[in-house]
Design a binder for this molecule. Structure first.
Ligand code: FAD
Ligand code: NAI
Length: 467
């Protein structure tokens, strides 16, 4: 095989792309990954999951030190060092992206640096930074080009005063005021970061609720908790424009239901109204792929309509989550290698890393009602969980939804402390098609927050041990 020929070429080095490349290397396929950015890791490692979680962690500790430490007998007067906070974020990101480079070497993955483009069946053309274009050949091409922030007419992102998530991860100062457009996951996570660091945060949302997709009762509880922390919500509002000046932005909006227009001034505006698939300049037409009207590449078991061309991650349908991209990566490559690739799309967990955290998996109550499916509910509040109580973090609850006839767990919705770390227990249970009674009769360590998971399952049959 010539140097420029591969079994698999993957376009994009994010969680979809790098996991696909590593799995291909593990399975002995000759593999290359084309990435146009200066580092591997894609959105998630460079400007998504990782830097946002680094700032969420640091800002959470800052706020705890300022507000909660005195109550447990620790007197401190924390002072924000934003430069150091940003530096530790950048250091962690750099270690993680270098880790992927190491894994590429270990698994014999060639990193082709440059922008990749499909150039007819089995061909990928890469335009390098040096201006040279090289054509590579591959039996299989996997598109993993990810997504980019959606825009809004009248709100021009300049990454100075009007920022998207990337800009909001690197503001040069802690703003006094920040308006967030969109009460989704990015808006609430990054809004929380800057509120904790001193900003007055106002969230403007088109719908009459926050976090569409999350269980309605959980969303209401989250909104109440965030409002108590000082975040202001303007729901049912349509943003009509944003005008950036040297020192701030004026936002104009009007109620969706009709009524008079309003203006809002802030130091910065964060636009976070969703993300769209990224396929710019990808040459899809050269292999006859037409994306759907929202720009997604349609697939059937990760196969596109073009022979030998596959697509995974944010660029395809489904939740735009790193772990969904990773699972698809492994399944796609295993299928290419002749194994049985599998993704259980019914059990992809979602997490919102606010305080309290939100985590869920499976169906919501609204979805079950819409399906006409009879279900039972078990619910347990963290106020009745001893570990949460002694840690002074007893906001929230765990809710388990189980089939009324078979008792199979159909959905789990949690809001509370460390629920991001606990939802995996129910993912495993659901993967094994557990009944709520299976969880209810499983011994859990005491005292831990995880006991709330068991107690909620016990609640399905009404034998929760609650004061
Ligand atoms: P991406 O990560 O977007 O990677 C695509 C890569 O392809 C990029 O590196 C891009 O440069 C490259 N590329 C594109 N076109 C070409 C081309 N033609 N040639 C060469 N390279 C190309 N998800 C979670 O699960 N948990 C979280 O906590 C979380 N937090 C997030 C926070 C923020 C602020 C954001 C924006 C997103 C977050 N996400 C989170 C979503 C997560 O980042 C994405 O779902 C995930 O990165 C998708 O992986 P992907 O491989 O499909 O695409
Ligand atoms: P989102 O889809 O989560 O939320 C967007 C919000 O904006 C929705 O509430 C929507 O109703 C609202 N909206 C849409 N148009 C609007 C308008 N014109 N005016 C006002 N509000 C409007 O999208 P978001 O927050 O941008 O995040 C994108 C994706 O990134 C997420 O869906 C998720 O897949 C991923 N992500 C995941 C994280 C995690 O797993 N913890 C963290 C951050 C992002």
């Amino acid at each position: 095989m010539a140097e420029t020929s591969y079994d698999v070429i993957i376009i994009g080095g994010g969680p979809g792309g790098y996991n696909a490349a590593i799995r291909a290397g593990q399975l002995g396929l000759k593999v290359a990954c084309v990435e146009k950015g200066p580092t591997l890791g894609g959105t998630c490692l460079n400007v998504g999951c990782m830097p946002s979680k680094a700032l969420l962690h640091a800002s959470e500790l800052f706020e705890m030190a300022a507000k909660d430490f005195a109550g447990i007998g620790i007197q401190v007067a924390p002072k924000l060092d934003l430069v150091q906070m940003m530096k530790q974020k950048a250091d962690s990101v750099s270690q993680l992206t270098k880790g992927i480079e190491f894994l590429f070497k270990k698994n014999k993955v060639d990193w082709i640096k440059g922008k990749g483009k499909l150039a007819g069946a089995g061909k990928v053309e890469v335009a390098g930074d040096d201006g040279k274009t090289t054509t590579f050949e591959a039996r299989n091409i996997v598109i993993a080009t990810g997504s980019e922030p959606s825009g809004l007419p009248g709100v021009a992102v300049d990454q100075k005063r009007i920022v998207d998530s990337t800009g909001a991860l690197s503001l040069p100062e802690a703003p006094k005021s920040l308006v967030v457009i969109g009460a989704g996951i990015i808006g609430l996570e990054l809004g929380s970061v800057w509120r904790r660091l001193g900003a007055k945060v106002t969230v403007v949302e088109f719908l009459d609720r926050i976090t569409p997709g999350a269980d309605a009762e959980v969303a209401k509880t989250l909104q109440r908790a965030l409002a108590k922390q000082g975040m202001e919500f303007k729901l049912g509002m349509k943003v009509t424009g944003a005008k950036a000046g040297k020192s701030g932005v004026t936002l104009t909006m009007e109620p969706v239901a009709g009524g008079s227009a309003e203006t809002l001034d802030a130091d910065y505006v964060l636009l976070a109204i969703g993300r769209r698939p990224y396929t710019e300049g990808l040459g899809l037409e050269s292999v006859g792929i037409t994306p759907d009207k929202r720009g997604f590449i349609e697939t059937d078991h990760w196969k596109t309509t073009a022979a030998g061309v596959w697509a995974i991650g944010d660029v395809t349908h489904g939740p735009m989550l790193a772990h969904k991209a990773e699972d698809e990566a492994v399944a796609c490559i295993e299928t290419i290698a002749g194994h049985a690739g599998h993704v259980n799309y019914g059990i992809i967990p979602s997490v919102i890393y606010t305080w309290p955290e939100v985590a869920w998996v499976g169906k919501t109550e609204d979805e079950l009602k819409a399906e006409g499916r009879a279900y039972k509910v078990g619910k347990f509040p963290f106020t009745a969980n001893s570990r949460a109580k002694i840690n002074h973090e007893s906001e929230g609850f765990v809710k388990v939804l189980a089939d009324a006839a078979t008792d199979e767990v159909l959905g789990v919705h949690m809001i509370g402390p460390s629920v991001s770390e606990m939802i995996g227990e129910y993912c495993v249970a659901m993967e094994f098609r557990a009944a709520s009674e299976d969880v209810a009769r499983t011994c859990h360590p005491h005292p831990t927050r995880s006991e709330a998971l068991r107690q909620a399952a016990m609640g399905v049959e009404g034998w929760t041990m609650q004061a």
